[in-house]
Design a protein around this ligand. Sequence first.
Ligand SMILES: [Zn+2]
Length: 205
Amino acid sequence: MTGNLERSSAHHICGRLVLMTSVLALTLFTGSAGAQLDGAAGLAEAPVCVNNKGEPVQFRTTGRGRPGLAAGMAIRDSSGKPVVLRSNYPAAPRVFQQFIDRHECAHHQTGDVDRPHPPRNGPEHLMNESISDCVAIRRLRDEEGFGEPEFDRLADALRTDMTKIGFPESSIASRIRNISGCFANPASARDLIDQVLKERGLPVQ
Ligand SMILES: [Zn+2]
């Protein structure tokens, strides 16, 4: 992503990674393979999302991004409002759209968006991505009733698109293993968010 949004700060921007580099990165993208579209616009309903400061997060569709690859970006817009930008969502299966939304929301919930972006693809960055993945899958399990079939469809979509982008099998397997472990663990998304906020010395909502 380029332009004012990118220059405005060091906010977390998942989508930027794949646009600029194909090195190891735990980000969210997908292509058109196996898309299962629901609704008139082919878009999943955006989830409720409130950041760690109690501000409501808006979801907006953007025309930016790489054609055919769905992506999300968690940022503050030029007026400072927390937003999730959805690009090319109709290219993705619905379960993957739902996952991207909640993953990006988690970057707002944990305060990532207002913290300096850690070195790209370093351990802290990868940990933030793992946390957002974990929050996302637990919300889908607890709020949207995701079971094994939905999990499998999501993992398939993730694998297909990460492969297409050029991620090594080891990163794909590692990411899916993390999501699977979170899915199996009965702790809630909120439990994890609160733990992260505490570790960061940020107020728990
Ligand atoms: Zn992310």
